[in-house]
Design a protein around this ligand. Structure first.
Ligand SMILES: NC(=O)c1ccc[n+]([C@@H]2O[C@H](COP(=O)([O-])OP(=O)(O)OC[C@H]3O[C@@H](n4cnc5c(N)ncnc54)[C@H](OP(=O)(O)O)[C@@H]3O)[C@@H](O)[C@H]2O)c1
Length: 218
């Protein structure tokens, strides 16, 4: 399966790209600038030369030609980025990982985007795509350190059961990530907002935390 990452040049997108490539996916790093994507691709391949990673580079349109497409732009660019690529994204699973947050001094504040969540804004921008949301709480740095496991429960939500299933399959390919079906896309609002809590805890305890649920069946 080929996976495109729009905004794949940032810490979250590039971390996701290299982690997905490390478990065997063919990945296309997308960017508004193909050259920026090529630079990031070269950097990732140069960092892990012996891993046989399948990572290509393209502009966001080219990355949208993949089978499944993640959006890893800042929250306020996610809907517009999806909309620009609507033709390529039609009928596909499109996965938002964006959190709408503002940092005000030492405080992380969750914001309320149009339609209540970034993921819902993306779904409205590409109504002919099957939008899911996931990976909001997995720290980018750990994601990109593919010589080390990244451990977390990962909430997945969507209004489309097939998008939920596809997203869970992708997340579950990454060892030590446990995908948890969190229901409809309406739950993207509290999931995205909760990222502010985790970032606040990170600052307080000078660490990077991840979430684990108890009580789930094994
Ligand atoms: N950082 C984390 O630990 C983490 C973890 C989970 C989820 N997230 C979420 O993942 C998303 C990306 O995080 P990040 O820290 O990687 O963000 P970022 O570095 O600020 O942005 C990622 C990429 O988005 C593109 N971009 C920036 N502004 C844009 C615009 N106006 N229109 C279209 N594209 C634009 C840029 O790529 P080009 O200039 O190359 O196009 C940039 O490299 C955020 O929504 C964040 O909430 C982050």
């Amino acid at each position: 399966m080929q996976i495109g990452v729009l905004g794949g040049t940032g810490p979250a997108g590039s971390g996701l790209a290299v982690r997905l490539a490390s478990v065997g996916f063919d990945v296309v790093v997308g960017s508004r600038s193909k050259y920026r994507a090529m630079e990031v691709r070269d950097k990732l391949l140069g960092r892990f030369p012996d891993r046989g990673l399948s990572i290509e580079a393209g502009d966001n349109h080219e990355a949208s030609s993949a089978d499944v497409v993640f959006i890893a732009t800042p929250w306020d660019a996610a809907g517009a980025t999806a909309s620009e690529c609507a033709a390529e994204l039609k009928g596909k699973v499109v996965v938002s990982m964006a959190n709408a947050l503002a940092r005000v001094g030492h405080e992380f504040q969750p914001l309320v985007p149009p339609r209540g969540s970034v993921a819902a804004s993306v779904q409205a921008a590409v109504p002919k795509s099957l939008v899911a949301a996931t990976m909001h709480h997995v720290p980018a740095k750990e994601l990109g350190e593919i010589d080390h496991p990244v451990e977390s429960d990962v909430l997945v939500c969507s209004d489309h059961p097939s998008a939920t299933a596809t997203t869970i399959d992708i997340v579950s390919r990454i060892p030590d990530l446990r995908a948890v079906d969190a229901g409809e896309l309406s739950n993207a609002a509290p999931i995205e907002a909760f990222a502010a809590v985790l970032l606040q805890v990170n600052v307080k305890y000078k660490t990077r935390v991840a979430i684990r649920f108890t009580g789930l069946p094994h």
